[in-house]
Design a protein around this ligand. Structure first.
Ligand SMILES: Cc1cc2nc3c(=O)[nH]c(=O)nc-3n(C[C@H](O)[C@H](O)[C@H](O)COP(=O)(O)O)c2cc1C
Length: 377
């Protein structure tokens, strides 16, 4: 990474592989439910929204399903059809014209989906274990169901679907892809010994539970150079079978150490999202997540969760992160880097319009200074 300057290392340039970034402020992936059309394709509204945020060093899109079967949240976009590729092309063109860079976050929800979202079909997962979460369907949040354990053929298909989506991302003009590997979704369902009860080569040992992730990485690497592939990772989730248990930390230590050998664009590591006191992850509280995993991942590390300007600058200055991702702050501050540069106050989002339809609360947050809205500083 290039040298940082004292004061605001967030505003210094960085490189992700051959991609030059004017600053180290990353827009974290944010599902916004605006793909409310039958094709689940991005629209000109998406293009406007992302172009408004092109001052970020890097934009990571909202979660984007790799296949119809991967969909598990109403009104979210995909990257399997020609219409979706065309929609995303308008987004990437708009971001590039505004001077930005954008990668597609690839997603399979597995058991977090619901028959309502799958034409009545049962969602797929590692094993027939109800994740005991809520699935966001077109008619509201519904309890998840017991999924169908995937056959080897199902696994092969999913691995191939990721490669197809990655190829489509390239056709759509993206600067790379990010694989969503954490939270409660399919890859995490395989990694987690509480949701993966398989007795074949995809279950049991941590090597086996991580096999799906690394097969996906290998297949995506065949169509996108590894230096353009990132992974979002980390042990954070607090409910149901995803609550931390004795295997959680060793699993993520294994995964993150092994990712380090893949020459990736970046690791986006989520910090603590809730009070970890008394849990198996207590040592990861506060900056503990980054202190713990930084030595295991010498590549480009993007720190995330509850960052403000001061904490982001400090983590980079302390060498605990190379870049910093902001999620919620980008909702109401399309010109977040310009605000950081100016030391300006941040606007608060209206949570009623975060998961909603149309431009209200999506593209109507004004930049502080219109002239600065698409520049890094
Ligand atoms: C409205 C909303 C939507 C989100 N959608 C996604 C998503 O699509 N994919 C993902 O990996 N994380 C998603 N996240 C998590 C964010 O990327 C980020 O990790 C989290 O908000 C913590 O960062 P923050 O404290 O800067 O908001 C979402 C968060 C919010 C608030």
């Amino acid at each position: 990474m290039s040298d940082t300057v004292p004061g605001q290392p967030l505003l210094t340039p960085a490189r992700l592989g051959d991609l030059a970034l004017p600053n180290r402020i990353v827009m974290a992936p944010l599902t916004r439910m605006r793909a409310d059309n039958p094709a689940q394709a991005p629209t000109p509204l998406h293009a406007r929204y992302y172009a408004q945020r092109a001052g970020a060093g890097l934009i990571i899109t909202e979660d984007t399903a790799v296949s119809p079967q991967a969909v598990g949240w109403a009104d979210t976009p995909g990257l399997w059809s020609t219409e979706q590729v065309r929609g995303w092309r308008t987004v990437t063109d708009a971001v590039h014209e505004a001077g930005g860079r954008i990668v597609a976050q690839l997603w399979h929800t597995g058991s977090l989906s619901h028959p309502d979202l799958l034409g009545g079909a049962t969602p797929l997962s590692a094993s027939a274990v109800d994740p005991r979460q809520l699935s966001v369907t077109a008619t509201g949040r519904k309890p998840t169901v017991v999924p169908r354990a995937m056959s080897r053929a199902d696994i092969r298909q999913v691995v191939a679907d990721y490669a197809t989506a990655a190829r489509n991302a390239t056709r759509a003009g993206f600067d790379g892809v990010q694989i969503q590997a954490n939270y409660v979704y399919l890859i995490a369902q395989f990694l987690n010994s509480a949701t993966n009860l398989r007795t074949d080569e995809y279950g049991g040992s941590v090597e086996n539970r991580a096999r799906l992730l690394f097969e996906i990485l290998d297949s995506v690497s065949e169509v996108v150079d590894a230096s353009r592939i990132g992974v979002k990772a980390g042990p954070m989730h607090e409910s149901g079978p995803f609550a931390a248990h004795q295997d959680t930390l060793p699993t993520w230590e294994y995964v993150i150490s092994r990712l380090a050998g893949h020459g990736l664009s970046h690791l986006l590591l989520m910090g603590a999202t809730h009070d970890l006191t008394g849990t198996a992850l207590e040592e990861l509280a506060g900056d503990g997540m980054f202190r713990h995993f930084r030595p295991l991942y010498p590549g480009t590390l993007i720190a995330n969760v509850d960052m403000d300007r001061e904490r982001g600058n400090r983590l980079i200055a302390e060498g605990l992160a190379d870049l910093v991702a902001y999620g919620r702050p980008f909702i109401a501050n399309p010109d977040l880097p310009a605000r950081f540069a100016a030391g300006a106050p941040l606007a608060e989002p209206d949570w009623n319009t975060v998961y909603a339809a149309g431009p209200a609360g999506y593209t109507d947050y004004p930049p502080l200074l219109p002239a600065l809205s698409t520049t890094a500083s």
